[in-house]
Design a protein around this ligand. Structure first.
Ligand code: GLP
Length: 241
């Protein structure tokens, strides 16, 4: 495991964007694993800049997103499909048919999870998986106590995660308590993993993930076993290391 500590969130975003850009340049048909949340937004802006200045093309890239709220369709402003369109896909030359976000508005979620795994397999797996981290150490929506070998499935969100994500929903708006998420086993199969974290809020999670025991109570700690993982964090998120 490599831990790169940078001055601030902007430097973290630049580092992550450069890593993704160089992968796309060496392997234009690569498969990216993408994340939502506030942390990767600046990184996506950087990638859009590089596309606009004609340094980068996404025309042959495929993407798989980590997770989606169960019960929200892709047109819902809080859905992760909507987030990805707004923050990245609508601004670059990617073929949207090659962008896979778990389907949230389904009455057969288990089937949707199975098909997501099958599609991922048929595309040859993820070359580079981008991750954020929850305050409780979750990755994707794999909450503490998730099986470390789990595959894509439905998970119940913890109160802490629901509260942390409340800021994105209007006061009276329905906020799902269930989500579809790639499993920890699925995530671990990516050939390379890049986890970004910024801010004091993430300091405990980063300490547990990097220095704590390998434990289901901190799902990100599984990454200690990954042969090619980099944590890119700012000084605030690193304060407890
Ligand atoms: C959500 C997402 C995670 C993300 C986490 C942290 O729970 N499912 O993939 O890493 O939020 O989000 P933020 O970057 O906004 O702190």
């Amino acid at each position: 495991m490599r831990v790169v500590i940078l001055e601030n969130a902007k430097a973290v975003a630049n580092f992550g964007a450069d890593k993704i850009a160089s992968l796309i340049k060496t392997k234009p048909q690569c498969t990216l694993g993408l994340a939502t949340g506030s942390t990767p937004i600046k990184l996506y802006q950087q990638l859009i800049e590089q596309y606009k200045s004609q340094q980068l093309s996404f025309s042959d890239v495929s993407t798989f997103n980590l997770d989606e709220y169960l019960g929200l369709d892709g047109l819902h402003p809080q859905s992760y499909r909507y987030f990805m369109n707004e923050n990245l896909f609508d601004h670059i030359d990617i073929d949207k048919r090659n962008t896979y976000v778990p389907i949230g508005n389904t009455s057969h979620p288990d089937q949707a999870c199975f098909e997501f795994e099958q599609t991922l397999k048929s595309k040859g797996g993820v070359d580079l998986q981008l991750l954020g981290i929850g305050r409780n150490g979750h990755i994707g929506f794999n909450e503490p106590s998730s099986s470390l070998t789990s595959r894509t499935r439905v998970k119940t969100l913890t109160e802490d995660t629901i509260n942390a994500n409340k800021r994105f929903f209007k006061k009276e708006e329905f906020q799902p308590h269930l989500a579809i998420t790639m499993g920890i086993g699925t995530i671990s199969e990516a050939r390379e993993v890049l986890l970004l974290a910024t801010g004091y809020d993430k300091a405990d999670a980063i300490q547990n993930a990097v220095e704590g025991p390998l434990a289901a109570r901190c799902p990100a700690s599984i990454l200690q076993l990954h042969p090619n993982v980099t944590f890119v964090i700012d000084e605030k998120a690193a304060q407890k290391l």
